[in-house]
Design a protein around this ligand. Sequence first.
Ligand SMILES: [Zn+2]
Ligand SMILES: [Zn+2]
Length: 248
Amino acid sequence: MQRNSAAKRLTSTIAHAIYNSLLPDTCTLCEQILAPPRPDHLCPYCRLALPYNLNPCTSCGIPLQQTTSRLCGPCITKPLVDQTVVPLLHEKEAAYLLHKFKFQKNIREGQALAQTMLQMINTTYTADKPLPQCLIPTPIAWQHRLLRGFDHAQILASMLSHETKIPVKTNLLRRKYGQPQRQKTRAQRLKLAKNTYTLRQPYKAINFQHVAVVDDVLTTGTTARHIVQLLRKAGIKKVDLWCATRAI
Ligand SMILES: [Zn+2]
Ligand SMILES: [Zn+2]
């Protein structure tokens, strides 16, 4: 039964992709025809109108009031990660794009988000500040992956990997089956069980010094904090976090 519904979803996704490829490219937000096609599937007006996260904390991505600050108060004493890339606020058009990508499995909206992330990645990392050595999508439980037939964080990481040439590692972490984070209250999210995420490989098998964890939306940072602790225990020195949107 589950296998049949997963196969149906895959067929529908492929049919949708073929159908889209036969039509001229249009803006995913206003449906204006784009000539030539654009990798982000957005017209210049809609791209400009996105709710950008203009002055984020470099560690947790929360928008800062003062343009001279780089870190928020809590991150000065207890930083979330070494570097966060989170170009959009989780509201308006950005929340719409993310919803269409995550729940309706629309790849074009995912590409719009990935391209926005890439713009920020390109300005964040320079010759003095090298890119991470691998991308680690935040894992979902295999039962959820089977039911949904779609792993949004993994797809987002693959899109970013295609552009940056950084490899994606999907076999480092495992998520225990349980209620998805989005169905929990903020208080429940903050109390994420310690064993929700585990390492799949022995520490010695992990030979990276600098990685980026990839997810769609950064909310409380609890998931990221758990994953960062695991990766640091495994000997990874620098952990960055790349998300499309920041919920506040
Ligand atoms: Zn548009
Ligand atoms: Zn912060």
